[in-house]
Design a protein around this ligand. Sequence first.
Ligand code: CTP
Ligand code: CA
Length: 227
Amino acid sequence: ELTACCTHTLKGKNVIVTGGGTQEAIDPVRFIGNHSSGRMGFALAKAAVLAGANVTLVAGVSTLPTPLGVIRRIDVTSTYEMKNAVDQYYEDCDLVIKAAAVADYRVSHPAQNKIKKSEETLSLEMEKNPDILYGLGQRKTHQTLVGFAAETVNVLEYGMAKLKKKNLDLLVANDVSAEGAGFQSNTNIATLIFPDGSMEKLNKMEKYELAAIIIDRAAAILTQKNT
Ligand code: CTP
Ligand code: CA
């Protein structure tokens, strides 16, 4: 059933998939993180392997096992570590799929030692992390870029804006406010948005099923670029 929807191949293509969430340290024992499970990214890695790709999985925090056939897994914690890993393999890569839930901000001055409790309130200063995907879009040559957007309102409008801003070839817009969608769910409700403004609205489906469709559409884009 895995190949049923996949008419396009990624045979011999180098693919980077990011999945899971990034964490930003507060002190040696605490962090700021998110609820990403890594399911969507790991499903994409698996689907890409089955489509014939050489898959590098850059994994944020996730307890999931590496899908069979992934040639390289790089585990990272912070957004900066994820950026370094992705940048390292970007040049020779044909397709990047950024399903990771990336922390937008990091703690400006993580404490060297465990913070002791003292005052009634505690403020943490945070600063903006680099936008990994935006950076890839700026340096894009032959690569195909697929981004994700988890939104709760104005899903398609915000999705289209992200696709343009980050110079993407495909954006997967998820309505995470809907029942049966989002971080801890096994299913997602997504709309695929393309640069020409066309959209493909998908029904609620298992993350693996959605992954197979995304890989198929991405492979079609690669094929089109090469002809
Ligand atoms: N992304 C990234 N680096 C970041 C933040 C996001 O590469 N520092 C990527 C995500 O992996 C995803 C896409 O950009 O593929 C969109 O992420 P999202 O959080 O939806 O969008 P943002 O641009 O961060 O905007 P906002 O959170 O304000 O909606
Ligand atoms: Ca964000």
